[in-house]
Every structure is written in C-alpha cells, then in structure tokens.
Design a protein around this ligand. Structure first.
Ligand code: DC
Length: 228
C-alpha cells in the first residue's frame, strides 16, 4: 500500500509521514531530501541553475542512498555519491538552491523514475509535492497537508533549532516559505497542488498526534478494503 503525503514546506509532512510509517510498519520515503541532495551536488559542482541538460545529467548519474539502522524503516541519514549530506541539505543555502533545481524538467524525470522504483518495493508512506499527482497517482490513500504560513514558519524555526542547522530567524524563514510555495505552485513541471482525490487536511492549530491518528485510521480502512 502507498500513502502519499503532499503539501507545502513546513506543513508537518515529515513528522506525520515518519510517525504514520512507524505505527503502520511501513517504510518511509522523503522525496524532498532527494531534491535537496541534487541541489547540494549542484552547488558543489557549480552547475548553472538554468542548464536543464547539465542538471539532468547530474540527477541521472548520481547515487542517492538513505541510511537505515537495522530494523528501523525510518532513514537516519542520506548520502549522495557517498557524501553524507544529512545535515548539509538543511542549510539556508540549499533551501534557496532547491527551488530552481526541483523545477528542472530533467531532474524531475530522473528522480520520479527513482522514486517509483523505490515505491514498488513494498508498503510506503511517501512525502513530497507531487506524489499523489505524478509519482504514485494510484496511491491508495492521498493526503494533502497544509497549515497557515505563520504556523509553518514557527514549526520550521523550532525544527531548525532542534536540528541545529538552518535559519532560526522567524522573518527569514517565513519569507523563504512564502517564496518556496510560490516557486513550487507556479512551476510548469508538476506544480504543487492537491490531487483531485486527495484529502486536504489543514493542520493549523491542530495537534500533530491527532492528524497522525486520523491518517492511520484511514489507512486501516483502506487496508480492510473499506472506502476510507
Ligand atoms: O520537502 P522539502 O521542503 O524538504 O523539499 C525541498 C524542495 O524540493 C521543495 O522546495 C520542493 C521540492 N520538492 C519537489 O519539487 N517535489 C517533491 N516531491 C519533493 C520536494
């Protein structure tokens, strides 16, 4: 079974996806980490952000690997071409570079192919922007998770503070979230939008635990063959 969790930056997708995967015994795939890893490589190699062919070549030829501790389906880290980039992909520099990189058609083509290959390997909760619309249009459960700009910025600041990486300046984070939403929603290629059959959940002012619980209930209904 595939559960697609899409939505804008800072809506709580990562926490929700990981917790649901843990509860359901599914594997979890963070597709944003894949775009961020390619953006990290782009910065290292100095590839021009408007060179679709070169960016595509980078995405097709790289190896992205998620590290797992034995028996834990939630990745503890990610590497690209053998470099551990778990923390390096969360910096403000990569927050900026990832929008143009993820808008490049050939990058999307390469990563979507890889994501579909991974998704064919069992039960997955997959989080991103285009999982329900493009990567797994046949996903049995599609969630579009959103929240107000301000709440998303507050959550991202807390997350960055916890991780010790990325900006903890609220105004800077808010401006970046709004900029990235615009870029994600207005790009020609796989823009951020809910699938027609997605359940839209607004998490503003809601306990994340309640959202996790309702998604797990929906997943159980789907697994039992009942209409969720
Ligand atoms: O989920 P995130 O913020 O880590 O994602 C980083 C960027 O990658 C985000 O700005 C949009 C892009 N992205 C995408 O275009 N498609 C996905 N499936 C996942 C992320």
């Amino acid at each position: 079974m595939i559960i697609a969790i899409d939505g804008p930056a800072g809506a709580g997708k990562s926490s929700v996806a990981k917790a649901c995967a843990k509860k359901l015994g599914f594997k979890c795939l963070d597709t944003g980490a894949m775009y961020r890893s390619v953006a990290w490589l782009e910065v290292q190699e100095g590839v021009a952000l408007d060179d679709d062919d070169a960016l595509g070549q980078l995405a097709r030829s790289c190896t992205i690997a998620f590290q797992h501790e034995a028996g834990n389906p939630i990745a503890r880290g990610v590497s690209i071409n053998g470099h551990d980039v778990t923390e390096a992909i969360r910096t403000a520099q990569i927050d900026k570079a990832v929008s143009p990189v993820s808008a490049a058609g050939q990058v999307r083509e390469a990563l979507v192919e890889e994501q579909r290959r991974i998704a064919s390997g069992g039960d997955y909760v997959i989080e991103g922007r285009d999982i329900g619309t493009v990567v797994c249009p046949d996903a049995q459960l599609k969630i579009f998770l959103t929240a107000s700009d301000e709440e998303r910025a507050h959550r991202r600041v807390r997350q960055n503070a916890d991780r010790g990486v990325g900006s903890i300046d609220y105004q800077e984070v808010l401006a970046d979230i709004i900029r990235r939403d615009e870029a994600d929603q207005n790009r020609g290629n796989s823009p951020l939008k809910p699938a027609d059959d997605a359940r839209v959940i607004d998490s503003t002012g809601t306990y994340i635990e309640d959202i996790i619980e309702s998604i797990c209930v929906l997943a159980a209904l789907v697994q039992e063959g009942q209409e969720a």
